[in-house]
Design a protein around this ligand. Structure first.
Ligand code: ADP
Length: 226
């Protein structure tokens, strides 16, 4: 089984997070084996997912019977039962699953998941809280943190940078950010209505929508300045 973006994924724990993840992966054409210990949960999802089974993921024999080692990617989406989440992650690690993602409910849980073998720990409640905080402040219309200190945001430009070509707007030296694409608020006749790549000749207008990349504090300052 190759580790391509569409390589099969086993999703364990079908609460809100696990279900949303499994259904979206399936919709995108990735083969998903979805597992939950509660038969009622499995029954409810049987019509929405092609491969959904009841099993206790802390039981090594049960995982063996499901031929779990055929999967190179697994997501442990159990949250509330921290013990089950940790045991399952440790078992998958012992079985040599190459790419283990695990959901944490707090920082301590996240630390333990990493120590028992999770390669990626996600913190959906925290991450979404931070994201919404960004969306609520300044003019940030969308926000994706791509690394601990780097983000892509969708916003409108400060007055300071409009009306001159980007090459003259000192975006890098004054603001420390890069504008990568622009969607004009009032496109010229015949011009594209959606986003186009920004070039050094692009002239922004007040109210245009821009995609900006840079360090988090820099993109925040850009989006919070009128
Ligand atoms: P969410 O907050 O995303 O709704 P929960 O932690 O509430 O997530 O739900 C996790 C799911 O994991 C539940 O449906 C539960 O039945 C399942 N689960 C818990 N322990 C195990 C286990 N040992 N094996 C398989 N599934 C489990």
């Amino acid at each position: 089984m190759a580790d391509t973006p569409t390589a099969p994924v086993v999703v364990i724990g079908l609460g809100r997070f696990g279900t949303a993840l499994a259904v979206e992966l399936d919709r995108r054409g990735t083969e998903v084996l979805a597992i939950d210990g509660n038969p009622a949960v499995v029954q409810k999802l049987a019509g929405r997912l092609p491969h959904v089974v009841t099993a206790d993921s802390t039981d090594a024999e049960a995982l063996h019977q499901l031929d779990i080692t055929a999967f190179h990617r697994a997501v442990v989406a159990i949250g509330t039962d921290i013990q089950a989440s940790i045991l399952t992650t440790a078992l998958l690690s012992d079985l040599g699953i190459r790419d283990i993602w695990a959901k944490a409910v707090n920082a301590q849980h996240a630390g333990i998941l990493s120590r028992v073998g999770a390669h990626h720990v996600v913190f959906p409640e925290n991450d979404m809280g931070e994201r919404v905080a960004h969306l609520l402040s300044g003019r940030i219309l969308d926000y994706v943190e791509v690394d601990a200190d780097f983000a892509v945001i969708k916003t409108t430009p400060p007055r300071d940078v409009v009306g001159v070509p980007l090459r003259e707007s000192k975006l890098r030296s004054r603001w420390g950010v890069t504008v990568v694409a622009v969607k004009p608020q009032a496109p010229a006749p015949g011009a594209p209505r959606g986003f186009t790549y920004a070039t050094p000749d692009t002239v922004l207008a007040y109210g245009d929508i821009v995609l900006v990349v840079g360090a988090i504090d820099k993109v925040e300052r850009f989006a919070e300045t009128d």
